[in-house]
Ligand binder design. Structure first.
Ligand SMILES: [Ca+2]
Length: 190
């Protein structure tokens, strides 16, 4: 009895917890694998998309209304390089009457950490719109413009450095720029 209990105790205290741990690890692996597999299954049907979080891409500049093609500049605040393939940019007219969406194609430029990247748009920019950056169905940043200058660009002030996704909601922090695609913007005049 004592021997059996002792043996059992040894098994319980050494082997069983180890097995339980191994089972837990295996279980976790299966969950992760299942998530990855479901992600792959979804990606096989749709375009792959960048795994970034809210605020890790910040809209900092939009081309003027006469630009061909229109472009948008984004700041990469994630701290890591981002492959923008599959990123969606949605422009919704301020009266809600129309939404234009374009998806960044494969082979788009990689966005280096803490840098500004320019993405050319395949759709025209409406006069006055809410601009939403969406990746993998997740909203990353939004800004609103009432109009765009015909020349140059519309830019978020370089005074706020690095650019911030909440700060760029404030319309008074935006102003016309001579155009500085791919570079930090000048400061808006007071
Ligand atoms: Ca710029």
């Amino acid at each position: 009895m004592a021997l059996g209990r002792g043996t059992t105790g040894t098994i319980d205290s050494v082997s069983v917890p180890a097995q339980t741990g191994a089972r837990r690890a295996a279980h976790s692996s299966i969950i992760v694998a299942a998530l990855v597999l479901s992600g792959c299954a979804r990606d096989a049907l749709d375009t792959p998309c960048p795994e970034v979080n809210v605020g890790e891409l910040v809209v900092t500049e939009l081309s003027g209304s006469d630009a061909d093609p229109p472009w948008v500049e984004l700041y990469n605040a994630s701290g890591a390089t981002i492959d923008l393939t599959g990123m969606r940019l949605t422009l919704t007219k301020l009266d809600g009457s129309k939404t234009e969406t374009f998806v960044v194609d494969e082979g788009a430029p990689q966005a280096a950490a803490d840098s500004y990247v320019v993405v050319e748009s395949s759709v025209e920019f409406p006069t006055g719109a809410a601009v939403d950056v969406v990746t993998c169905g997740r909203p990353i940043d939004r800004m609103i413009y009432r109009s765009l200058p015909s020349d140059g660009s519309y830019a978020f002030t370089g005074l706020i450095d690095p650019p911030d996704h909440a700060e760029n909601d404030v319309e008074s922090q935006w102003c016309p720029d001579i155009g500085s695609p791919g570079e930090r913007n000048p400061e808006c005049p007071e």
